[in-house]
Design a protein around this ligand. Structure first.
Ligand SMILES: [Zn+2]
Length: 72
């Protein structure tokens, strides 16, 4: 609110989605909307770990066969 208006409209400050800090959103910042390469890597890593976790949550194989003792 107390910041002076920026004459260069091609760049503005946004909130980094990874660390919550200030990030320069401009063509000069190739990691935008992140503030740095590290923050971008952290975000990509979070996505990758979520992708890997989902297929790992497979139901136990016993459930699909049921209990053969109950059919006797
Ligand atoms: Zn950041």
């Amino acid at each position: 609110m107390d910041q002076p208006p920026q004459p260069d409209t091609s760049s503005r400050v946004v909130t980094c989605p990874s660390c919550g800090g200030d990030s320069i959103y401009s063509p000069a910042n190739k990691y935008r909307p992140f503030c740095s390469e590290r923050c971008k890597q952290i975000d990509l890593g979070a996505w990758a770990s979520e992708d890997f976790r989902m297929p790992a949550e497979a139901p136990p194989p016993d459930e699909t066969y049921g209990d053969p003792r109950l059919q006797h």
